[in-house]
Ligand binder design. Structure first.
Ligand code: MTE
Length: 326
């Protein structure tokens, strides 16, 4: 039996995992003949690629950080302690508990290539370090609001997604940017759980992707971003719920229509395309009115667009009939 010491800000797995997944997984395990469903799920979730003796790798991008902070994006609360933001994660590729950071260390992040594909002038495959050399790196302080009603406030380093869109030169017919996570079940035990629709994907409209707030994070707390937070590159769109923030990206594809995302495929009724933060639109199974601020013993009211309305509200003019907020 797994005995876990729980800190004040931690939720039991049943509360922290989007519940439909938690219950679906129990049902699937039961159907698949795993006797004790819950214990079976925990054991499967922690099949580890992690080795305690894994050698410390030196990240070749380490010398790029820290980068200059762009003061335009201010916080209304203290920065979350680094040890909290890097030890309480969602990364289903490595399991469905919040303690996946250890298993995530098994992910090789060099060599790492990024494919720019689909409706672009010239498809391109580029090594992450070559991409980093070309991009305008800066630091931004962003709030991050998970659909599970917890939040953090963190310093990301990286570059505006708009710079990557400009590099890609999408054709006029491109309407969406689809981001896809790596697929490597040898190191990511979660990807051996067949009931998830791997690989993880999510999409933005081109207008959202070129909004000034849309950011590709390659650094965290003035250093290369840790594997559990999405190394070597992940999306940060702070006005949207955290599940849109695709980690470990290997492909940016420009498309006329978007494929159904990972979470929408799993639970369509609970995780939609737009997923903009709105305290007045509850998740089907819980309120979104407030959020638990990790690292502070505090609950705060959640803000419309997570407080970023001045930057993004205009994107949604004329879309009032869409399901913008779940
Ligand atoms: N990306 C991938 N590939 N796999 C995931 O499970 N989880 C998402 C998002 N990106 C996830 C992902 C969710 S639900 C959240 S809240 C954020 O990552 C968490 O980011 P953090 O661990 O850096 O705080």
């Amino acid at each position: 039996m797994l005995i876990k010491r729980r800190r004040g800000w931690e939720l039991p797995e049943s509360a922290a995992t989007p519940e439909a997944v938690f219950w679906n997984r129990r049902a699937v395990l039961k159907a698949a003949g795993f006797g004790v469903a819950l214990a079976g799920a925990s054991a499967l979730g922690s099949i580890g690629a992690h080795s305690e003796d894994a050698k410390e790798e030196v990240d070749p991008s380490a010398s790029l950080y820290p980068v200059k902070r762009n003061e335009r994006y201010a916080l209304d609360r203290p920065i979350t302690p680094e040890e909290v933001a890097t030890r309480y994660n969602n990364y289903y590729e490595f399991g469905s508990t919040k303690g996946v950071w250890k298993d995530a260390q098994a992910l090789p992040i060099r060599p790492w290539t990024v494919e720019i594909a689909g409706l672009v002038e010239k498809p391109l495959t580029i090594a992450i370090d070559d991409l980093l050399r070309q991009m305008p790196l800066e630091e931004r302080l962003y709030r991050h609001r998970c659909v599970e009603a917890w939040s953090i406030a963190v310093p990301y380093s990286g570059f505006p997604l708009k710079a990557l869109v400009e590099l890609a030169k999408p054709l006029g017919s491109a309407k969406y940017l689809v981001m896809t996570t790596f697929q490597n079940p040898d190191v990511a035990s979660g990807q051996r759980q067949f009931w998830y629709p791997w690989p993880y994907t999510d999409s933005l409209t081109i207008a959202e992707a070129t909004n000034e707030l849309a950011f590709i994070a390659t650094g965290y707390y003035g250093k290369p971003i840790p594997k559990q937070n999405g190394a070597p590159l992940r999306l940060a769109v702070p006005w949207k719920y955290g599940f849109k923030h695709v980690k470990g990206i290997v492909r940016f594809s420009f498309e006329e229509s978007y494929p159904v995302s990972f979470w929408t495929k799993l639970v369509e009724s609970e995780y939609g395309f737009w997923a903009n933060v709105n305290p007045e639109v509850p998740h089907p199974r819980w309120s979104q009115a407030t959020e638990r601020v990790l690292g502070l013993d505090e609950t705060r009211p959640t803000l419309l667009y997570n407080g970023y309305g001045e930057f993004v509200a205009g994107l949604y003019a004329g879309l009032e009939n869409e399901r913008l907020f779940v």
